[in-house]
Structures are given as C-alpha cells and as structure tokens.
Design a protein around this ligand. Structure first.
Ligand code: SF4
Length: 238
C-alpha cells in the first residue's frame, strides 16, 4: 500500500509583501508577461472540480485552508448525491459532514454550506446569483470566493487574490501591495483588458508550479527576464 504524503494546504496570504519585493513593472513589461503566460496556456482552467455554479460555489467554500486535491477527493462523492441547494438540504448537515470530514474545518464549512443552500432557495430561487453583493451576503462566502465564482461560473473579469497570486504580484513587481485588497486593486488597474478574464488562473498556476513560495523555479520561468524580483538568480552566462 502506498501512502501519499500530505499536501500542504493553501494558507491565507501574508498581509505584507516581502521586504525585498520588486518595484512596480512598467506597462509594456506587464503586457509581455501576460502574453507569455497566455501563449503557454491559452485556455487556463482551475483545478477544483464542479458540475454547475452551485457545486463550484460549494467547492470554493470548502477549499479555504485546504488543497484543491483534497477538496476534489471529497466532492466527487458529495456532488454525485447533492449537486443543487435542494439536494444539499435533503442530504442534511450530518450527511454532508460524512462526505467532507477529510477537509479541514469541516464542521463550520458544513454549517455554512447548509445555510447557504437554504439562503439560495429562499432568496434566489435556488440559483447562484451573478452578483457580488448577493454572493458575499451568503454564509461562508467572502470576497475571494465571490471573485472565483463570478470569474469561472459567469465569465466576469474578476481576480481573486490567494496566497499564490499575492506572492507573484509582489515578487515580480506586477502589482505590489501590502494587503490582499491592495493587490487585487493593483491587478485590476494594471492588467490589460485582453488578459483580465484569465489573469486569475495564469497567476495562480504560475505561483503554484513555478514561482513557488520557498524555492521559485527561476531557471525554468518563462517570464524571468521580465520579473523584477531582486533575489532572483542571474541567468547562466550573464
Ligand atoms: S523569475 Fe523567479 S521570482 Fe520571478 S516570476 Fe519567475 S520564478 Fe518567480
């Protein structure tokens, strides 16, 4: 029997940038940076599994302080029996907990998912509303979750700043900021329109797999010559 090593859960972003964060990049470099990320992955996708806007919302709520991989393992069985607010209520809080007990904070997440399912039925006809204020009024739904749902389910050009995007934005000089909201606002202001829809996915995947927290893979980075991080190693032969 093989035992998989535990995945490191996503943590909340730091609320202050690296003291050696890069200075802001000029617009031409930002355009080139996104252009290269887009060329490498023209149709980027998130890694959470879902079958409709409701299951996307539930998956994002469950993903706080947890890995996408861990959430997907739990939701495959869950969404087979509960893929709507009505079927989630029918499953009930205890039934839901049985499916998600491998996910951190599952007790409070189960309460929130049941409460948000009830609110969707009572206030939105059982549908996920394509509206930030309405989403943020749901139990367990904050700005980041609303941004993910608006972007993926409804095709709006929102950028949800998680720990990976916060790091990449500060490290590269793309959108430096001391808080999550400051980075989100800077990304909105500095990301060219043509790249806004997929910016969230390009940056999160770049942070997760290349510009990693402890050991960024600068040698294999497609935007290394554009990145302004002062600690990146000099290219070989420079
Ligand atoms: S060069 Fe290094 S620090 Fe800069 S974006 Fe690439 S991986 Fe991150």
């Amino acid at each position: 029997m093989t035992v998989e090593p535990p995945e490191r859960p996503a943590r909340a972003p730091k609320t202050a940038p690296d003291p050696r964060a890069a200075p802001p990049l000029p617009p031409a470099r930002i355009e080139e940076m996104y252009g290269r990320l887009a060329a490498a992955l023209p149709e980027p996708k998130g890694e959470l599994e879902y079958v409709n806007p409701f299951t996307l919302l539930v998956a994002v709520v469950l993903s706080a302080q947890a890995t996408d991989k861990g959430v997907n393992k739990a939701t495959r069985g869950l969404f087979a029996v509960a893929d709507s607010p009505e079927s989630m209520l029918a499953l009930g809080e205890d039934g839901l907990k049985d499916h998600i007990k491998t996910i951190g904070l599952f007790n409070s997440k189960a309460k929130n998912v049941i409460a948000l399912s009830r609110a969707l039925i009572e206030q939105h006809g059982g549908q996920v509303p394509p509206d930030r204020d309405a989403l943020e009024a749901l139990p367990g739904v904050g700005r980041k979750t609303a941004n993910v749902v608006l972007n993926i389910a409804f095709g709006m050009p929102t950028i949800a700043v998680d720990t990976h995007i916060f790091r990449v934005a500060n490290r590269t000089g793309l959108a430096p900021g001391k808080t999550v909201r400051a980075v989100e606002d800077a990304l909105e202001a500095r990301t060219p329109e043509a790249f806004r829809l997929h910016a969230h996915h390009w940056l999160i995947l770049h942070g997760r797999y290349v510009c990693k927290a402890r050991r960024p893979d600068c040698g294999a980075c497609p935007i290394a010559d554009l990145c302004a991080w002062p600690d990146k190693p000099e290219p070989v032969g420079a």
